[in-house]
Design a protein around this ligand. Structure first.
Ligand code: ADP
Ligand code: ADP
Ligand code: MG
Length: 658
């Protein structure tokens, strides 16, 4: 972890903890451990069966096993975690984000056990837990809230009347919502009732609470949030982050400060956020999320409160990069009894920073979360890369498939963005599909470069951002060379046969046939159609005519990974295995990953067309719709809603129509 020196103004000399327990996993557990170590605080990790050899376990001073891989059997077991803290002599528990971080009952239990919760009080979490109550509270505190209805009357006619009064388009939101769930955009009155029913249905299953609120849908919305920090009595803000680059209400790239922000609006937003924090006696790090109307430019009267996240946020590193503050250090200091480490006047912005969230996911399959062993993982020296995995580690189906947060900063937005682009180019991942190429395309997006961001940017330009152009000849030649591991053929006589060189064929899925012949030490010729291209391997990579530079990559089993500005994955076909793969899988619809069957839309005897929705599987926080790959009739439904299924489990069997 790079970054500048923490801004440390020692005010009083309260005793820092000797030992804390981190009730989390992955990158955030590792990130917290590093700051704790910097303060001389010993750390206790907790881990599930799936995380036995995880990086956070290795980094911590001690580690306690807390149960099975499913979160409910380990990272969500507050009682077991508190017991682990008591048994190891930890004085405090840091919850990270997700899991138990915003669970007020857990905070109560931690305190009842005589331990310190590193975060806000249970009362503060409760006050912000439901969006409707939070909005009412904020309105009272003089914080502008999104115009809408957040009252108790849930009668559909009343809600529809409220929507008419607000004016379309409107947004229906689950009051207990999070992660974009239970949210519906309604464009016209005629669509209101159906959207309401579906939002309520989703909210009931996801949160056990089907209450909703209605909000004016802000056009060209920007998501701008303010980092706040309180000590229970007083609070400061650490400026804003712009998180407008979202896909389906999930953040993809965040930055600080917000492009186009004026001093006047920043002051207004900062003051509103501090008022929000003070209204609930906030202690620790928190984020006040605002929606901003970007269609009229940034103006001090054009932002409205959406919700407050009462925890350290995923994207906190961009704030650290521009303020020099180590937010985890501040959390530990305030939780141990110190007052605010500094006042508002001592805080300022230096430069600009970006964070890109690198995920194991299949972009071409609709961003489907992926799993796999990361046989090769390398980060760029240009970035702070917060990660919970290292080469050889597994992205398991049990948790969020985030591989790393790539954070860059610089004196100006343009420099920080250029560094992000380069850091992404230098990031190498083999062993799973990733969103790396998508992040690279975003970093190069003209509108984003110009700072013209809104939450619809990704959706509007999705096709261009995810398109995979046909491979260039040099890319095919590189794939062939990696397939035969040309770099290892350094022997002076490698490939030399008397007479003509020996040609081998390399079949890549969806590509023309390739042939490659080794013609000398680490040297080969690749035949692509009628053309022949020479390849030379050296320490920098593969030298190939037409390539932008030495090409790096890796072949793993049947998959060939090319790294660089436009990373690519080729599947190598074993011609003998092809037929058996083609026929299977069509008749039986399999679960692509372990998960919970949320809904099944068909019954035996139903006729389906290509694309008919069959079932919804919930896995890794997301819902995946499984649809028919061919027309036919449902022969059998093999899984019922509510069932937990393994990857590869048969869900629905199709047969030909009689
Ligand atoms: P943000 O991305 O704005 O910080 P989110 O509410 O989307 O806020 O979630 C923050 C993080 O918390 C996610 O990236 C995820 O890792 C974790 N998280 C959210 N919900 C859950 C959950 N139900 N179980 C485990 N982790 C979760
Ligand atoms: P969650 O708890 O799911 O994070 P939020 O209320 O924070 O829900 O909203 C998530 C995202 O939805 C925002 O970041 C923004 O992109 C969009 N959004 C929320 N409210 C509005 C609104 N009133 N108008 C337009 N977009 C909105
Ligand atoms: Mg939110």
């Amino acid at each position: 972890m790079g970054g500048s020196a923490p801004l440390t103004v020692q005010k009083d000399d309260k005793a820092m903890f000797d030992k804390i327990l981190i009730a989390n996993r992955g990158e955030i557990a590792c990130r917290i451990i590093r700051s704790a170590q910097g303060l001389g605080v010993r750390t206790v990790a907790v881990y599930s069966d799936a995380d036995m050899r995880a990086l956070h376990v290795e980094l911590a001073d001690e580690a306690v096993h807390i149960g099975g891989p499913a979160p409910k059997d380990s990272y969500l077991r507050g009682d077991v975690i508190i017991r682990a803290a008591l048994d190891t002599g930890a004085q405090a528990i840091h919850p990270g984000y997700g899991f138990l971080s915003e669970n007020p009952d857990f905070v109560d239990a931690v305190e009842a056990a005589g331990l310190v919760f590193i975060g806000p009080s249970a009362a503060a979490i409760r006050a912000m837990g439901l969006k409707d109550a939070a909005k009412a509270l904020m309105q009272e505190a003089g914080v502008p809230v999104v115009p809408g209805y957040h009252g108790a009357n849930q009668d559909p006619e009343h809600l529809s009347g409220a929507a008419d009064a607000i004016g379309y388009p409107v947004l229906i939101k689950a009051v207990a919502g999070g992660g974009g769930k239970g949210m519906r955009l309604v464009e016209r009155p005629a669509e209101f009732m159906e959207a309401l029913a579906s939002a309520k249905g989703e909210a009931a299953t996801a949160f056990g609470n089907d209450a909703v609120l209605i909000e004016k849908y802000i056009l060209k919305p920007r998501h701008i949030e303010v980092q706040v920090f309180g000590d229970g009595a007083d609070a400061v803000h650490l400026f804003e982050r712009d998180c407008s680059l979202q896909r389906r209400h999930q953040k993809v790239i965040e930055e600080a400060p917000a492009p186009g922000m004026t001093e006047e609006m920043r002051a207004a937003m900062g003051q509103a956020a501090v008022r929000a924090a003070c209204a609930i006696g906030y202690k620790g790090a928190g984020t006040v999320e605002f929606i901003v109307d970007g269609s009229r430019g940034l103006r001090p009267d054009g932002f409205w409160f959406m919700e407050m996240n009462t925890r350290l946020q995923v994207e906190h590193p961009v704030t650290e990069a521009i303020t020099g503050v180590d937010l985890v250090e501040w959390q530990l200091r305030v939780a141990s009894g110190e007052g605010l480490p500094c006042g508002q006047d001592a805080l300022s912005i230096t430069g600009h920073a970006f964070e890109a969230r690198l995920y194991a996911e299949d972009v071409s399959a609709g961003f489907l979360p992926a799993t796999g062993r990361l046989a090769h993982l390398r980060f760029s020296d240009m970035a702070r890369s917060d990660s919970g995995v290292r080469s050889g580690d597994e992205i398991s189906p049990w948790y969020d498939p985030m591989i790393a947060k790539i954070v860059t900063s610089g004196p100006s937005r343009a420099v920080a963005l250029k560094r992000l682009e380069q850091a992404l180019e230098q990031t190498q991942v083999a062993g799973s599909v990733t969103n790396l190429a998508f992040l690279g395309a975003l970093a190069r997006h003209a509108g984003f470069r110009a700072g013209d961001v809104d939450t619809g940017l990704i959706g509007r330009d999705l096709a261009a951002l995810t398109e995979e152009p046909d491979p260039q000849p040099w890319e095919l030649a590189a794939a062939a060379a990696l397939a035969i591991d040309l770099g290892a053929c350094r022997d002076a006589l490698a490939g030399f046969t008397l007479g003509a060189p020996m040609w081998q064929s390399v079949v890549l899925e969806g590509q023309v046939g390739l042939r490659i012949a080794v013609t000398g030490p680490a040297r080969a010729q690749v035949q692509i159609g009628d053309a022949v291209i020479g390849v030379q391997a050296d320490d920098a990579g593969l030298r190939i005519a037409g390539a932008p530079g030495p090409v790096q990559g890796l072949a793993l089993g049947g998959r060939i990974f090319l790294f660089g500005a436009a990373p690519r994955l080729f599947e190598r076909l074993d011609p003998l295995a092809r037929d058996s793969a083609a026929g299977a899988g069509q008749d039986v619809v399999l679960a692509p990953m372990p998960g919970l069957v949320k809904a099944v839309f068909v019954a035996a005897g139903d006729e389906v067309a290509v694309g008919t929705r069959l079932a919804v599987l919930e896995a890794m926080k997301m819902e995946h719709t499984l649809s028919a790959a061919r027309a036919g009739r449902v022969a059998e439904v093999l899984a019922q809603p509510g069932a937990q299924v393994e990857a590869g489990a048969a869900l629905v069997r199709l047969e030909d129509e009689p």
